[in-house]
Design a protein. Structure first.
Length: 764
C-alpha cells in the first residue's frame, strides 16, 4: 500500500486538533482565532508531548494562501469607496500611529542595547497592527456592524498600504541609502501608479466580463472565476514588486464594486475560513518555549509597549483624526497587537542580514501574546473610558466627546479648490492610463510588429523610417487619444469653470492657464512617443505634438469614444449601487446625518427559526425593549419603508434598524438568541398512514368529521374513506361517521396511538 504523503498527514493533524480546540473555545465563548493559535502550538515541533507536523514548509505555503484569501475577503467587504467617504480622518490617524509606534519601538530596542538596524526594524514591526486578527476578532465578537469597527478597518487598510512603502524605506536604509532619496520617491510613485491603474482598469474591465458571462455562471463557476482572478492579481502584484496579499486585496476591492460582490463573498467564505484557520495555526507553530524563557523580559516589555502605546498613542491619533474620546479609545484599544506584516518586515530584515536572528522569534512571541489579548483589549475599551470619565473633569470629557458630533461646516466650498481638485484628479488618472498604454505598446506590440515589417523599412531625407515604428506610433496615439482629449477638455465646461469665468475677469487668465498646462502635458505624451520612435529634431517633434492634440480635440469620433469610455466606467463603478436601488436594498441618504448624532443604521436578518416570526411590530415592542426603530423591512427584493405596528415579521426578513452602537448590539444579541429550540427527537416526527374502523362503540360514531376532533384534539388528518373502490373517497367536514366506516388517517405515531386508543374506548 502506498504511503500517505506528509502533506495530507499534516493537514489531517492540523484540522483535527484545530477542530477540537475551537469547539472548546466556542463552548467557552472565546474568539476562535485564539483557538487556532493554541492548536498551532499543540501541533508544533516545539511541543514534545503531542503529535507534530512533519513538513513545516507546506504549512507556511498554506498559511501564505490563507493570508491572501483573508485579504481578498477583506477587500470584498471593504472597498476603497468606503475609505474615500470617510475623508481625511483615517489618513491622519494612520500617519500619527505609524510615526508614534515606530519611534516608541526604536526607543525600546535602544534601551535593551540592540543594534541600530534591530531598533529600526523593530519600530517598523511594532507600527503594524494585524488586519486579519482584528478582522477575525470583530467577526467573532459580533462588532462588525458598529461604527468604530469601520474606522479601524479603514486605518488598517491604509496601514497595510503604507507598510509596503515602509519596507522599501527599510531596504534603502539597510543598503546604506538615504530614505529621503530618489528610491523612496520612486517607490511612492510606483505604488500610486499601480493602485490607480489596477483600480481604474479593473473596475472598467471586470464588470464587463462578468456581465457578459452572467448567464453562463453558476455558483461553482463563480467561485472558480473569482478565486482565479484573486490568484492572478496576486501573481501580477508580486511581478511588479508588491506582496501577493496586497494584490489579492486590490482584486477584492475591484470585485466589491460589482453586482456579484455579495454572491462572491458568500461563495469564498468557506475557502477563506479553511486557509485562514491554517494561517493562524501556523502562527501558533512559531512559538518556541525556549525563546519565551531566554527573552522573557524583552517580550514582556514589548507586549506592554504595544498595549500601552496603542491604547494611549493610538487613541490620541484617532482623536487627532476627529474622533470623540470614547470612539478613539475603542479604536486605539482594538489595534493593540502586531501581525502578518510584522512577520514580513522581520523576514525582510533576516534576508538582508541586517537584524539579529533572535528578533524574529521574539516578534512572533509578542504577536501571539498580543493576539491572545486582542479580544480582551477590545472589551476593555468601554470600561476604561467609563473609569476615565469618572476621573477627568466633566467639562473636558464633554468637549472631547463633542468632537465627532460637531456639525460640519456648511459654508460653500471654494469653487477654485473644487475645480482644481477635479482637474488634478482627472489629469492624474488619464496620465497613468496613457503611460500604461504607451508602456504596453512599446514593450509588447512594437517588438512584434518590427519583426513582421523589417523588409518594409526605408529612408527619406536622411531620416530612417521603420514600418513597425510608424504602425506602433499611429496605433499608440490612437489608443491614448480618448485619454488625452479628456485630460485637455474635461471640466472646461463645468459649473465651477463657467461660474468663475463669469464672476471676474481676473479669473480668466488662471483658468486659461489650467487649460494650457493640460495641453502641454498632452503634447508631451505625443512628443515622447514620436521621439522614442524617430530621430526628429525638437521643432518637428513639437509641431507633430501640437498638431496631433489639435486633431484629437477637434475629432468628433475621439470625443464620442472618450465620453463612451467614461460613462461605461462610471456605470461599472456604480453598478452595485444601481442594483441595490433596483432591489430596494440601498441605504438611505440620511444615514450620513445620523452618524453625526452617534446613531446609525444596521441590517439584521430574521433567522428562519426566530420566535419573532408571525408577530407584529406592536407585539414585539422593539423600541420599548431595545430602544431601536425599524425603518424598513426588506422582503423578497421589495422594501417596506416606515412599517406600522401591524406589520408582521416573517422568516428571512431583513430589518433596517436605527440606533446607537449599544442598542444595536443588544438588538443583535436578541434576534440571534430568541429562536426556537432545536428538535432533538426528529426521528419521532415521522408521519405514518393508519387504517381505522368506526365500530359500534366508537366515540366517533354519529359525529361529524368536524365534531370528532380528530384534527384539533389528536393532531391527525383524515385523508379519505375506503368504500371498496380503487381510490379513497373524500370526506367533507359535515360527513357523519357511521358504524363500519373505514377511514385512513395520517399523523405521528404518538398521535395515532392516542386516536386508536380513543376509538376503542366504550361509551359510558
Amino acid at each position: 500500500m502506498a504511503e500517505l504523503p506528509a502533506m495530507i498527514q499534516d493537514l489531517a493533524l492540523i484540522l483535527m486538533v484545530a477542530g477540537i480546540v475551537t469547539l472548546i473555545f466556542k463552548a467557552l465563548k472565546q474568539p476562535l482565532v485564539l483557538g487556532y493559535i493554541v492548536a498551532g502550538f499543540l501541533v508544533s515541533p516545539h511541543m514534545p508531548y503531542t503529535a507534530s507536523v512533519v513538513d513545516m514548509s507546506n504549512i507556511h505555503l498554506w498559511a501564505d494562501i490563507g493570508v491572501m484569501f483573508l485579504l481578498f475577503s477583506l477587500g470584498l467587504d471593504f472597498s476603497f469607496k468606503k475609505i474615500l467617504k470617510m475623508g481625511a480622518s483615517p489618513v491622519i490617524s494612520v500617519v500619527c500611529i505609524i510615526f508614534a509606534m515606530s519611534v516608541l519601538g526604536m526607543l525600546v530596542g535602544h534601551t535593551f542595547g540592540w543594534s541600530r538596524m534591530d531598533c529600526i526594524f523593530l519600530g517598523g514591526m511594532l507600527a503594524m497592527s494585524s488586519t486579519t486578527i482584528i478582522y477575525k476578532a470583530f467577526d467573532d465578537l459580533g462588532l462588525q456592524q458598529q461604527q468604530f469597527a469601520g474606522l479601524v478597518m479603514s486605518v488598517l487598510i491604509l496601514e497595510d498600504i503604507l507598510a509596503i512603502v515602509m519596507m522599501v524605506m527599510l531596504s534603502a536604509i539597510a543598503g546604506g541609502s538615504s530614505p529621503d532619496g530618489s528610491q523612496m520617491v520612486w517607490s511612492v510613485l510606483k505604488i500610486v501608479f499601480f493602485l490607480v491603474l489596477w483600480l481604474v482598469v479593473g473596475i472598467f474591465a471586470i464588470p464587463l466580463f462578468l456581465r457578459g458571462v452572467r448567464k453562463l455562471i453558476n455558483a461553482e463557476v463563480m467561485l472558480i472565476v473569482s478565486l482565479g482572478l484573486c490568484c492572478a492579481m496576486a501573481v501580477f502584484s508580486t511581478k511588479v514588486g508588491f506582496s501577493s496579499a496586497f494584490g489579492a486585496f486590490i482584486m477584492g476591492s475591484i470585485l466589491a464594486e460589482t453586482v456579484e460582490a455579495e454572491r462572491i463573498e458568500r461563495l469564498v467564505e468557506p475557502v477563506k475560513n479553511l486557509f485562514g484557520a491554517i494561517f493562524f495555526v501556523s502562527v501558533g507553530m512559531l512559538v518556541d518555549p525556549q525563546i519565551l524563557v531566554d527573552y522573557a523580559v524583552p517580550i514582556i516589555v514589548l507586549v506592554l509597549t504595544i498595549i500601552v502605546g496603542q491604547s494611549v498613542l493610538g487613541s490620541l491619533s484617532f482623536m487627532l483624526g476627529g474622533e470623540s474620546l470614547k470612539s478613539a479609545m475603542r479604536c486605539g484599544f482594538s489595534m493593540a497587537q502586531i501581525g502578518e506584516f510584522s512577520f514580513i518586515i522581520a523576514s525582510l530584515g533576516l534576508s538582508l542580514g541586517v537584524i539579529g536572528e533572535f528578533l524574529y522569534p521574539v516578534v512572533v512571541a509578542v504577536s501571539v501574546i498580543t493576539t491572545f489579548l486582542t479580544p480582551y483589549m477590545i472589551r476593555l475599551a468601554t470600561p476604561a473610558y467609563n473609569a476615565l470619565e469618572q476621573r477627568l473633569p466633566k467639562r473636558l470629557i464633554r468637549l472631547l466627546n463633542q468632537l465627532s458630533t460637531s456639525k460640519p461646516n456648511t459654508a460653500e466650498k471654494s469653487k477654485w479648490k473644487s475645480l482644481l481638485t477635479q482637474i488634478g484628479l482627472n489629469t492624474l488618472v488619464y496620465s497613468i492610463l496613457s503611460s500604461a498604454t504607451v508602456t504596453l505598446m512599446f514593450t509588447l506590440f512594437h517588438p512584434f510588429i518590427s519583426r513582421m515589417s523589417t523588409p518594409l523599412d526605408f529612408t527619406f531625407r536622411s531620416y530612417h523610417f521603420s514600418m513597425g515604428s510608424i504602425v506602433t506610433t499611429l496605433l499608440t496615439i490612437m489608443m491614448i487619444a480618448p485619454f488625452l482629449r479628456a485630460m485637455v477638455m474635461k471640466k472646461n465646461r463645468s459649473e465651477e469653470f463657467r461660474t468663475l469665468w463669469a464672476e471676474s475677469n481676473r479669473n480668466r487668465l488662471p483658468l486659461l492657464f489650467t487649460i494650457l498646462v493640460r495641453v502641454v502635458l498632452a503634447v508631451a505624451f505625443v512628443f515622447y512617443i514620436v521621439h522614442y520612435m524617430f530621430d526628429f529634431g525638437p521643432a518637428v517633434l513639437f509641431t507633430v505634438g501640437v498638431a496631433s492634440i489639435l486633431v484629437i480635440v477637434a475629432s468628433r469620433s475621439v470625443k464620442r469614444r472618450s465620453i463612451f469610455l467614461e460613462r461605461l466606467f462610471v456605470n461599472n463603478l456604480h453598478s452595485r449601487d444601481i442594483a441595490a436601488q433596483v432591489k430596494g436594498t440601498k441605504r438611505p441618504l440620511y444615514e450620513g446625518k445620523l452618524l453625526d448624532r452617534d446613531i446609525h443604521i444596521a441590517d439584521f436578518e430574521v433567522p428562519a427559526t426566530s420566535r419573532w416570526m408571525g408577530s407584529s411590530l406592536k407585539q414585539l415592542s422593539l423600541g420599548k425593549h431595545y430602544g431601536v426603530h425599524v425603518s424598513s423591512i426588506l422582503r423578497g427584493g421589495r422594501r417596506l419603508n416606515i412599517p406600522d405596528g401591524d406589520s408582521v415579521i416573517f422568516p428571512n426578513d431583513r430589518l433596517q434598524v436605527i440606533g446607537s452602537d449599544t442598542q444595536l448590539a443588544n438588538f443583535k444579541q436578541a434576534i440571534e438568541t430568541e429562536v426556537l429550540d432545536e428538535d432533538y427527537e426528529l426521528e419521532k416526527r415521522e408521519m405514518k398512514l393508519q387504517q381505522i374502523m368506526v365500530g359500534s362503540e366508537s366515540p366517533f360514531r354519529g359525529q361529524t368529521l368536524q365534531e370528532s376532533g380528530i384534527r384539533s384534539q389528536y393532531s391527525c388528518m383524515v385523508v379519505g374513506m375506503e368504500e371498496g373502490k380503487e381510490n379513497l373517497s373524500p370526506i367533507t367536514p359535515q360527513y357523519r361517521f357511521e358504524e363500519g366506516d373505514i377511514i385512513w388517517v395520517v399523523g405521528e405515531q404518538t398521535s395515532l396511538d392516542r386516536l386508536i386508543h380513543a376509538n376503542r374506548q366504550r361509551e359510558n
